[in-house]
Design a protein around this ligand. Structure first.
Ligand SMILES: Cc1cc2nc3c(=O)[nH]c(=O)nc-3n(C[C@H](O)[C@H](O)[C@H](O)COP(=O)(O)OP(=O)(O)OC[C@H]3O[C@@H](n4cnc5c(N)ncnc54)[C@H](O)[C@@H]3O)c2cc1C
Ligand code: FES
Length: 293
């Protein structure tokens, strides 16, 4: 695996420090800002204490270490085309994610990575590109959408189908409006439970696939969300005629090392941390259980 860590650190006299970076050693990052996105989801902006900003590709993840509590894999949710703080959007589900989102501004976290494969958005040049996100799955797709929008003229129709639990759980609401208004992205949002003043769609994101405006024979589809949702969405996309190798899913598995050593993330012959997390459906379909389809 090729690490994208830019390990050229200016020394005291401006010299370049090109010592290799050990992927098992966390680098210290300071929390420069925490933004609350929804009831249980927060975006952390992190800045390195002792080196350059991290370079990464859309779809990659880091291992974030809340020192003394634990380390978890979290996708990078920022813009890979612009240097800036490292962004991670985190849902508060357990011990480590809670420690990460509860840490105060100025606190120091450990960062290893970036690790894993990318969405390879450029494979969609000259094609329609369809993003399908469920819940927090919009966060790992955000860098891919930002990369695409930096070269919007190279792509045909861009469609974002997004399903959230309730209207209050919709992530990046302002950006969804900007992507639609300023960049011509066809944004369709649906919620599982639409009480209160919600006037939009209610239902599963899968149900949006058959009617969405894209040409299946000339489409790249990027899908991220709970595994069951991804299985249904991949089936709906291939039923419409999108070739399996042009449907990409981002897989989640328990991870410890992040670099293909420990085996915690194994999915049959794949190590999700190095062979994934982004994998083509042509490779995943035989490995995923088809019980629920
Ligand atoms: C490659 C990769 C990228 C990821 N990117 C993100 C990301 O961008 N943002 C993000 O919030 N999370 C992301 N995750 C998931 C994240 O790693 C887990 O939520 C985290 O490890 C949970 O650790 P914890 O100690 O907080 O919870 P634990 O104490 O381990 O679990 C607490 C409870 O939450 C449940 N739980 C654990 N994981 C999840 C999950 N993923 N979804 C729902 N419930 C869960 C457990 O079953 C348990 O009931 C990613 C995972 C992988 C493998
Ligand atoms: S997390 Fe250790 S091999 Fe993948």
């Amino acid at each position: 695996m090729t690490s994208l860590i830019d390990n050229q650190r200016p020394g005291r006299a401006g010299a370049i420090d090109d010592r290799p970076v050990d992927p098992m050693v966390p680098r210290p990052y300071r929390i420069s800002r925490t933004r609350q996105d929804t009831r249980d989801t927060f975006t952390l902006e992190l800045e390195p204490i002792d080196g350059p900003l991290l370079r990464y590709r859309a779809g990659q993840f880091t291992m974030l270490d809340a020192f003394g509590v634990g380390e978890v894999p979290i996708s990078i949710s920022g813009d890979p085309t612009r240097p800036g703080p490292l962004e991670h959007t985190i849902r508060d589900v357990g011990v480590v994610t809670h420690a990460l989102i509860a840490a105060p501004t100025g606190a120091v976290l450990g960062v290893r990575g970036p690790f894993g494969t990318s969405w390879d958005v450029a494979a969609g040049e000259g094609k329609d590109v369809v993003f399908v996100a469920g819940g927090i799955g919009l966060a790992p797709l955000r860098p891919a959408l930002m990369e695409l929008l930096a070269h919007r003229d190279r792509y045909n129709r861009v469609v974002l189908l997004y399903g959230a639990r309730t209207p209050e759980d919709i992530l990046f609401g302002d950006e969804l409006r900007t992507w639609a208004k300023d960049h011509g992205v066809i944004v369709e949002v649906t919620v599982d439970n639409g009480q209160h003043a919600w006037r939009g769609r209610v239902g599963l994101v899968t149900q949006l696939v058959p009617r969405a405006g894209f040409d299946p024979r000339n489409t790249l589809a990027l899908v991220c969300g709970p595994e069951t949702m991804m299985r249904y969405v991949a089936a709906a996309l291939t039923d419409r005629g999108v070739p399996e190798h042009r449907v990409r899913l981002s897989m989640e598995r328990n991870m410890k090392c992040g670099v293909g050593l420990c085996g915690h993330c194994q999915l049959r012959e794949l190590f999700v941390c190095v062979d994934g997390p982004v994998l083509p459906y042509s490779r995943l379909a035989p490995l995923l259980s088809t019980r629920e389809l």
